[in-house]
Design a protein around this ligand. Structure first.
Ligand code: SF4
Length: 527
């Protein structure tokens, strides 16, 4: 019986390299890796050795003999991936790892941010001898979205924090938390203190709807709500009005699904997780009975991923699809066909009088209604029309109605934010770069010693583990520059930098993810 990749797959691809028979795909050097929603085990090639399960940082790979009832769909999902015709690898061989020339003083690199892209960059650098990494984060606790963005009931995905604990316990790793670059220390000072600076700050703001009433009390971003229930220090005092029977979420991606699930599952389920106590208390008192998710386009264009929807189907909530689900999958991609099949399965899924999630399609918000706070949303009905490239686009029909609600959560994507002293591409919402090396502007000159990785480099796409190959590319670029003598020597050593930080920010927390020796031994044994 083969092993099976399940819901919490992070696309880190550690399993790919652990597999002795190369039966996990797509691999990072295959063209469909970046667009894949998860990795898949070929059941015909798997020899049942279990090496991938040991390598996976989030316990996503399970023997098919041990799958839970909710995980059973993943047997077919894995097998179906290998029934489609797939693009052939573009590369004749995998891209080689970065090689940093030794013999000079330690290469010292500052990494701004401590989320997944930062930690994978640190790990890649620390595979090389004579390298020291210093991570800086404005928050007092590390790991960014891996800590504050993953739903508390996605316990397996949260296990990636254990991998980051192992990375941060390596020799050469140091950190200063509670330090904000741009406030406590400038970009120029950082660049003077290190050979190179890598920005791994993510995409820290939300895209706006751009409609009237958007700033009215009762309209909040779904990411703020996620940060609130995950105990983010910036959002601990936030309050949300959960006294209404209906909440409305604009968007139907994975974040929207997370928020809808948290609002509707039994709080007793959440009590067994790491959810913030203030959020659990509020959810216990919540009067919300129904959460409606609005999608501009149709069911085939749903933004959520297949594994996330399989997880939702396993939750104790009623799920209703308000819109047509096409019955003909011909001509559709493997992923879209899989998504439609899962949506069709809701037709026969028992409805048990529980709180419910409604997936409403072909509907756009036009105006947030209310006087001093939200009372409803005027929405417009759409139809689909293919554009010049054949991509289905939402076209208003002119029909409108008002949906009553006291809570509107917006979840239409993230956007990067400009940083003091660094160029920024306003159109793309990223720092302009070539392979991770920062440019003066899109298509401009190289800025020596400055690099980016993660969402601020490529935009808000991919999963936690996608940042691994992204960071590897950036570190390769940095290593080439260092080996070629293009990086300036730092103006001081680690002790000088420590004095500078402590003078500017006495509340800085040095060391970051301190791991006790006993725990480290256990972590290393697992990793
Ligand atoms: Fe590969 Fe072994 Fe995992 Fe099967 S069980 S996918 S052969 S590593």
């Amino acid at each position: 019986m083969p092993y099976v990749v399940t819901q919490s797959c992070c696309s880190d691809a550690s399993c790919v390299y652990a597999c002795p028979v190369n039966c996990i795909h797509p691999t990072p050097d295959e063209p469909d890796f970046l667009s894949a929603e998860m990795l898949y085990v070929d059941p015909k090639a798997c020899v049942d050795c279990g090496a991938c399960a040991s390598a996976c940082p989030v316990d996503a790979i399970v023997s098919s003999k041990k799958l839970t009832r909710e995980q059973q769909p993943f047997i077919e999902i894995n097998a179906n991936f290998f029934r489609q015709s797939r693009p052939r690898p573009l590369l004749a061989r995998p891209v080689p790892a970065a090689r940093i020339r030794t013999g000079r003083q330690p290469l010292r690199v500052a990494i701004v941010g401590s989320g997944p892209s930062a930690m994978y960059a640190a790990d890649e650098l620390l595979t090389q001898p004579n390298v020291a990494v210093t991570v800086l984060d404005r928050l007092p606790r590390p790991y960014g979205l891996a800590r504050f963005g993953v739903a508390p009931d996605h316990e397996k995905t949260r296990k990636v924090g254990t991998l980051f604990d192992v990375i941060s316990a390596q020799p050469g790793f140091g950190s200063y938390l509670n330090v904000e670059v741009g406030r406590d220390i400038s970009h120029g000072e950082l660049l003077d203190s290190f050979h190179a600076v890598i920005y791994a700050v993510g995409a820290s703001t939300d895209r706006k709807l751009g409609i009237a009433g958007e700033s009215m009390p009762g309209t909040v971003s779904a990411t703020d709500f996620v940060a609130w229930y995950n105990g983010h220090p910036d959002h601990a005092a936030d309050e949300f009005d959960l006294s209404q029977p209906q909440a409305l979420i604009v968007g139907n991606g994975n974040v929207a699904l997370d928020v809808a699930r948290i609002l509707t599952v039994d709080p007793a389920v959440l009590a067994a997780t790491d959810i913030a106590p203030h959020a659990l208390k509020a959810l216990r008192e919540s009067k919300i009975e129904e959460v409606v998710l609005l999608g501009r386009r149709g069911a085939a264009e749903s933004a959520f991923t297949v594994p996330e929807f399989v997880g939702l189907l396993g939750a104790e909530v009623d799920i209703v699809v308000d819109g047509e689900i096409p019955d003909d999958d011909s001509g559709l991609s493997y992923q879209v066909a899989q998504k439609l099949e899962l949506l069709r399965s809701t037709r026969t899924r028992p409805v048990g009088g529980r709180k419910r999630i409604v997936l409403r399609y072909l509907t756009s918000p036009l105006e947030i209604r209310g006087t001093d706070r939200v009372t409803g949303v005027q929405v417009g009905r759409n139809e689909l029309a293919a554009d010049a490239e054949g991509v289905p686009r939402a076209v208003p029909t002119g029909a409108t109605e008002v949906l009553e609600t006291g809570l509107v959560l917006t979840s239409v994507g993230y956007r990067g934010v400009a940083l003091p002293g660094l160029p920024f591409d306003e159109k793309a919402g990223v720092i302009p770069n070539s392979g991770g090396g920062v440019l003066t502007e899109a298509g401009g000159e190289v800025l020596p010693g400055v690099y980016v990785t993660g969402w601020i480099k490529r935009g808000p796409t991919g999963f936690i583990g996608t940042n691994k190959s992204c960071a590897q590319e950036t570190v390769r670029r940095l290593a080439e520059d260092y080996n070629a003598g293009r990086l300036s020597e730092p103006g001081g050593d680690a002790a000088d930098f420590d004095r500078l930080i402590r003078s500017r920010r006495p509340a800085a927390v040095a060391g970051g993810a301190a791991v006790k020796p006993g725990r480290l031994r256990r972590l290393l044994a697992k990793s």
